[in-house]
Structures are given as structure tokens and as C-alpha cells.
Design a protein around this ligand. Structure first.
Ligand code: PEP
Length: 250
């Protein structure tokens, strides 16, 4: 069965609640006929107003972070139950900015993945190499290690429902995009890793995105690759460009 493409915007720390509402209103008519699944991953404070604004539309809601804990004395955190109650379906886990600035390591990210799945949220699990790692030729080994560590204890059925985003760190927010061949090589290696951990059926079902300066000018070529099932979009998700990516096949 063909995998449905999934195009997700990662708004990062942008858009106040009123700005968020305006962006959803701008994009709504532009993305409404998309063949791809469309997801807005928004800051915690925007979740409730965006949930309201996308009601009845073809857009799904995502969060940018989740606690590995259920509830209680964890100041500043947001739980899976809170996200679910607000209408969230997807959650980004392990974005390189969280790995780098907030020192989230693979053991911690693995707990977040398990918590999201246990509660019925779909993780968008990010992985990616630095420029130094790419130049040292260790990209594929590094990515395999991240995937294996972050998926510890995840069942095949759970893995099949997930999204993995390959995001080379050197391409995020830099304007530098991986070539479609570079992106395909790593996305295929991720799928092969899923076959190694589980089986080929699980690998055929899991969706793998590319992220890193994806824009209207390069999305068609990237999304034409057999192992690239969508995009995780940062900068371009904050403007009408996002709709052009969503409608890449029109
Ligand atoms: C991201 O932050 O996930 C991302 C891909 O950002 P950008 O598209 O701006 O490179």
C-alpha cells in the first residue's frame, strides 16, 4: 500500500496566539485541497487557539514537545493527556534544537517516544547529523545509532504508525538543503534500519520525512524520491510557501 505523504510545519518559537490564528486563516484556503496529510506543529500556547481555528478542516494538530512524565511536579512541562485533550495528534520529539540547547539525550527522548505512543500520540521523531559528522563519513552510522536508541522498547505495530524526520543539522535554518540524492540515501538507510530492528512490513509502513530548508523550489525533487514520504518544514511553514509545498504535486 502506498504511503500517504505527510507535510508538517514546525513553527518553533514563533507566532503569538493571535498571530497563529491569522496564519491559520491565511493558509486555510491554500491547503484545503491537498492530497498530502497536513500538520501544524505549534508552540504550546498556540495549541488551543489553533485547534479551534482548524476545526472542520483537513489540517491536523501537532505539538513541538511533550513530557516523559504523566502529571505532577514538573514545572513548565506539558503532558500527553493535556495535548490529547486539546486535540493534538502528532508531537515532534528529538528536534536537533532540543538535543543541542536543552541537552535532551537519546535515553530521555526514548522515554518521550514511549510516553507519546502509550497515550496514543504519534511521534515525529527527528534525527540528523552535524556537518562535522557528514564530512567525517559517519552519517549513516550516527543515524542508525540515534534510531536504535530512540526506539528501544517500541513495538513493531507502534513503529509502523510513527513518522521519522531526517533533518541534517547543517541544513536546518541555513538555506542549505541536502541534495535529493543525499536525503534519499539517509531516508533509505533509516528504512533499512527499521527492517533490521523489526521487519520489512513495518519498514514499508513507517513514514520518513526530510527536513532542512525545504521550500517550493526544492520540494518537488525531494518528494519524488522513493523513501521520502514528506517534509518537516521550519521557516517556510510561517508563510504561504508552506501551501506551495503541501501542493507540490498539483
Ligand atoms: C526544522 O526546524 O525542522 C526545519 C527543517 O527548519 P527549516 O525548514 O527552517 O530549515
Amino acid at each position: 500500500m502506498a504511503r500517504r505523504k505527510i507535510i508538517a510545519g514546525n513553527w518553533k518559537m514563533n507566532k503569538t496566539p493571535s498571530e497563529a490564528k491569522a496564519l491559520v486563516e491565511l493558509l486555510a484556503p491554500l491547503v484545503k485541497d491537498a492530497d498530502a496529510e497536513v500538520v501544524y506543529c505549534v508552540p504550546a500556547i498556540d495549541i488551543v487557539p489553533v485547534a479551534e481555528a482548524i476545526k472542520g478542516s483537513n489540517v491536523q494538530l501537532g505539538a513541538e514537545n511533550i513530557s516523559d512524565q504523566d502529571a505532577g511536579a514538573f514545572t513548565g512541562e506539558i503532558s500527553a493527556d493535556m495535548l490529547l485533550d486539546a486535540g493534538v495528534k502528532y508531537v515532534i520529539i528529538g528536534h536537533s534544537e532540543r538535543r543541542q540547547y536543552y541537552k535532551e539525550d537519546d535515553a530521555f527522548l526514548n522515554r518521550k517516544v514511549l510516553k507519546a505512543l502509550e497515550k496514543g500520540l504519534t511521534p515525529i521523531l527527528c534525527c540528523g547529523e552535524t556537518l562535522e559528522q557528514r564530512e567525517a563519513g559517519v552519517t549513516l552510522d550516527w543515524i542508525r545509532l540515534q534510531i536504535k536508541s530512540d526506539l528501544q522498547g517500541v513495538t513493531a505495530e507502534q513503529a509502523a504508525s510513527m513518522v521519522i524526520a531526517y533533518e541534517p543539522i547543517w541544513a536546518i535554518g541555513t538555506g542549505k538543503t541536502a541534495t535529493s540524492d543525499q536525503a534519499e540515501e539517509v531516508c533509505k538507510a533509516i528504512r533499512d534500519t527499521i527492517t533490521d530492528i523489526y521487519d520489512s512490513d513495518t519498514a514499508e509502513k513507517i513514514r520518513i520525512q526530510y527536513g532542512g530548508s525545504m521550500k517550493p523550489a526544492n520540494c518537488k525533487e525531494l518528494l519524488a524520491k522513493p523513501d521520502i514520504d514528506g517534509g518537516l518544514i521550519g521557516g517556510a511553514a510561517l508563510k504561504a510557501d508552506f501551501a506551495e509545498i503541501v501542493n507540490y504535486n498539483k
